[in-house]
Design a protein around this ligand. Structure first.
Ligand code: CMC
Length: 446
């Protein structure tokens, strides 16, 4: 027996019908068959609900812990083909953007869907630049953190605190309000990050310099000491800008899924972004760059690499900066990053940990364990080495990921908000706990 669902018909290029774009499911419990449409290579999980033994039942669900095979949204922001190592923002290959674009232009592209005209870029840059200052009370707020507080903890709290300053941010269905909060978020992230860094050093905060580029101003707020005017090194400024481009978005990763999920309750964008930063902080996500460096330091020398790889293969530890849920090939970002690493090392001197990283990669790429599991270096494998050479402490590495990812988060958040199919994110569960039991008074408990 077929369901009343109408099946779509696929067409050959000449217009004639081919096989139906449907899936027929037979429920062996009842002998009933159901025909379910396939659209974009996907079935709708809610179409499974008609499959039931008793009409009073809830119906069939799909079980997919960690969303291994579940599309949670329709998106037009970022495309990844993990099997061949392709990454595109709004259709533009990452290699093209890394070579020809700037972070601010790429952020505009992610948020607006198109590359800006010269006037649009000028206007966008003006607004972001003029939202880099933070309220003096935020400085006091930062002062409250302990001297050795992790800057990601400071970022999460301080970005969340922005919602207490900007009440208009609650107006999430106003495009004008969303635009304003976007300027603020993208403008203030580097300022808060730099202030958090200076706080840990006990150094005075450096205010934004509107004459400088987005990455140049960030370097100014981080590293300026007594000079009247900070002039960023152009190689480091461009290297940072490219790293920002590479980190700007990555479709439905853990933190993008977080901002969509938290944002689906219609909370303001500062609270939702704080949640995304928290998701990014974990060592399996954006915290991996910090962990890679700790791992390389622990390995200590090239001679110790084979023994370390042996431990990885025995399941005792992970090779941090390797593996990816989507990439089953070389991460295209890692390839570009390796190239930037050499440019930075030419200027700053080679990072002594580089040889250890290269040996890890060499052995891993030839080893059956890694080949079988398709484990390749990801974006985090080489970034830490660059950041360290540029003078950043390890705890700042995930922050350097969070700053540029803000544009991707906001693009994903906004796409979710205006999508009429999206509702509050609320998965189902398979309950395997106790059936009803009666409260046991304390004196009767075993
Ligand atoms: N070292 C050793 N074994 C690994 C690694 C690794 N880095 N990554 C995956 N594996 C093994 C894993 O143990 C499993 O083996 P088996 O089939 O024998 O159980 C197999 O490879 C498949 O791995 P998985 O854990 O099922 O893959 P996943 O898609 O759930 O996890 C990942 C993806 C990125 C969390 C994982 O590869 C990992 O933990 N990597 C190290 C942390 C890291 O570098 N994270 C940064 C990711 S890229 C940037 C970002 O998204 O922030």
């Amino acid at each position: 027996m077929s369901s009343p669902l109408s099946a779509t018909q696929a067409r050959k290029p000449d217009g004639t019908a081919t096989a139906r774009e449907t899936l027929t499911i037979t429920d062996n419990r009842t002998g009933k068959s159901y025909e379910i449409p396939i659209t974009h290579g996907t079935i709708r999980a809610s179409d499974l609900r008609q499959v039931k033994v008793d009409p009073k039942e809830f119906g069939l669900m799909s079980y997919d812990p960690a969303f291994n095979n579940t599309a949670s949204c329709i998106s037009r922001v970022t495309y990844i083909d993990g099997d061949v190592g392709i990454l595109r923002y709004r259709g533009y290959p990452i290699e093209d953007l890394a070579e020809k674009s700037t972070y601010l232009e790429t952020a505009y592209l992610l948020l607006n869907g198109e590359l800006p005209t010269s006037a649009q870029l000028k206007d966008w840059t003006y607004h972001v630049t003029h939202h880099t200052f933070i309220h003096e009370s935020i400085k006091k707020f930062l002062d409250g953190f302990h001297y050795d507080a992790h800057p990601m903890g400071m970022m999460i709290s301080t970005i969340a605190a922005l919602s207490t300053f900007y009440h208009d941010a609650k107006d999430i269905f106003s495009p004008e309000s969303r635009k304003k909060q976007t300027y603020r978020l993208i403008g203030k992230m580097p300022t808060i990050a730099a202030f958090a860094y200076r706080h840990t050093l006990g150094m005075p905060y450096v205010y934004p310099d509107n004459d400088l580029s987005y990455p140049g101003n960030f370097l100014n707020m981080l590293f300026r000491t007594s000079e009247a005017k900070y002039r960023p090194n152009p190689t480091l400024e461009r290297a940072l800008d490219i790293l920002f481009i590479l980190h700007a978005d990555h479709e439905q990763n853990c933190s993008a899924n977080t901002i969509r999920s938290v944002g689906s309750s219609h909370v303001d964008p500062y609270s939702a972004t704080a949640a995304a930063i928290a998701a990014l902080y974990g060592p399996l996500h954006g915290g991996a760059n910090e962990e890679v460096l700790r791992m390389l330091m622990e390995i200590g020398s090239v001679q110790n690499v084979p023994a370390f790889i042996k431990r990885v293969k025995a399941g005792e530890t992970k090779l941090m900066g390797f593996g990816h849920r989507v990439y089953k090939n070389y991460d295209p970002r890692a390839r570009i990053i390796k190239h930037i690493a050499y440019q930075v090392f030419d200027l700053m001197g080679k990072n002594p940990l580089l040889e250890i990283a290269l040996e890890c990669e060499r052995i891993a790429l030839e080893d059956e364990y890694f080949i079988k599991r398709k484990l390749y270096p990801n974006v985090d494998f080489y970034t830490g080495l660059i950041y360290q050479s540029m003078g950043f402490p390890m705890t700042m590495f995930p922050v350097l990921f969070a700053i540029p990812r803000t544009s991707g988060w906001i693009a994903q958040w906004e796409e979710m908000l205006v999508d009429p199919e999206q509702k509050i994110a609320r998965p189902r569960q398979i309950y395997l706990g106790h059936d009803t039991r009666h409260y046991v008074p304390m004196e009767e408990r075993g």
